[in-house]
Design a protein around this ligand. Structure first.
Ligand code: C5P
Length: 293
């Protein structure tokens, strides 16, 4: 059984002041885009986990022990299996690669063991594993509130094209949030609402979406990695409508006018950056690819 789950981009990421539990209240709009991790599970009497990755994925820091989010997913379901992850989503990149693996593992292990877990329970387990794991289950385009784990689909009239420039070295999400706190001691308790972004999505117009993109974590990611400013400028100079740090970074994503536009921007960026990918969204959440092992 193989289950596939997609990367995400935050089209709007409004971040409020930290709550008493340390998490930040979010009002975000996620879009699932066509970069995928696959999780394959086979019946086994004991637990094993291995990982392969596309050449562009720096996955050497992904732990394979009990700290791995897939192992934690299996622990929550109380099942064993032989599990292989294949990664195409940049690791520690702000595109929720670990969350995609967790969502795919929940679906795969539930089906493998015929647990018949309800969708509502799967969403609860996903939220225990991480703030963006519920979105990785549902995919498409969705608004996330709470700490990002409460997801509801939104109206999206477009098919959007992205160019994706990962970094060789990841950024730690808690570190980026800590830098946000240092830079924004005055942050409002309530995160900024995505009204403008939602209107742009419903219009289906790339120029409107470009103007409405917003990521409150971007200044923190740029403070930790000033060279990302050059990446953003290079993509916009190459013809992208708008460049944005994805989530907590350091991956940079560029909204383009259409598919040919994205290919043109990607070709231009490849002269300066080793890894340049194209993707479109929205795409589906975690779904079964093959029933056979
Ligand atoms: O939920 P997740 O495990 O993905 O979060 C990783 C870390 O990111 C948290 O430990 C926290 O430091 C930070 N975070 C946050 N506010 C959120 C989501 C994540 O501060 N809404």
């Amino acid at each position: 059984m193989t289950v596939r789950a997609a990367a995400k981009v935050n089209l709007h990421l409004g971040v409020g002041a930290p709550r008493p539990d340390g998490f930040h209240p979010l009002d975000t709009v996620y879009q699932a885009v066509s970069l995928y991790d696959d999780v394959r599970v086979r019946p086994a009497g004991s637990w094993s986990l291995d990982l392969t990755a596309a050449a562009h994925v720096a996955a050497t820091d992904v732990p394979l022990d009990g700290r791995n989010i897939v192992t934690r997913a299996a622990d929550l379901l109380g099942v064993e299996a032989e599990v292989s992850i294949h990664k195409e989503i940049p690791a520690a990149g702000g595109m929720a690669g670990g969350s995609a693996d967790a969502a795919a593992a929940l679906v795969a292990l539930d089906r493998l063991h015929d647990l018949q877990t309800s969708d509502a329970r799967l969403l609860e387990l996903a939220a225990e594993l991480g703030s963006d794991v519920p979105f990785a289950l549902v995919g498409g385009t969705a608004r996330g509130t709470g700490r990002g784990e409460q997801v509801a689909p939104v109206d999206d009239a477009g098919s959007w094209w992205w160019v994706v420039v990962p970094s060789g070295t990841g950024l730690s999400t808690p570190e980026v949030y800590a830098r946000f706190d240092a830079l924004r001691p005055d942050a409002a308790a309530e995160p900024a609402s995505p009204d403008r972004l939602l209107a742009a999505l419903a219009s289906g117009e790339p120029a409107a979406l470009a103007a409405a993109l917003r990521n409150d974590l971007e200044p923190a990611a740029l403070d930790l990695r000033p060279e990302l400013r050059d990446v953003l400028e290079a993509g916009e100079a190459a013809g992208a409508l708008r460049g944005l740090v994805s989530g907590s970074g350091p991956t940079c994503v560029f909204l383009c006018s259409d598919g040919p536009g994205a290919r043109e921007v990607a070709v231009a960026l490849r002269s300066a950056y080793d890894v340049v990918l194209t993707a479109h969204g929205p795409v589906a959440g975690a779904h079964v690819m093959t029933e056979a092992g």
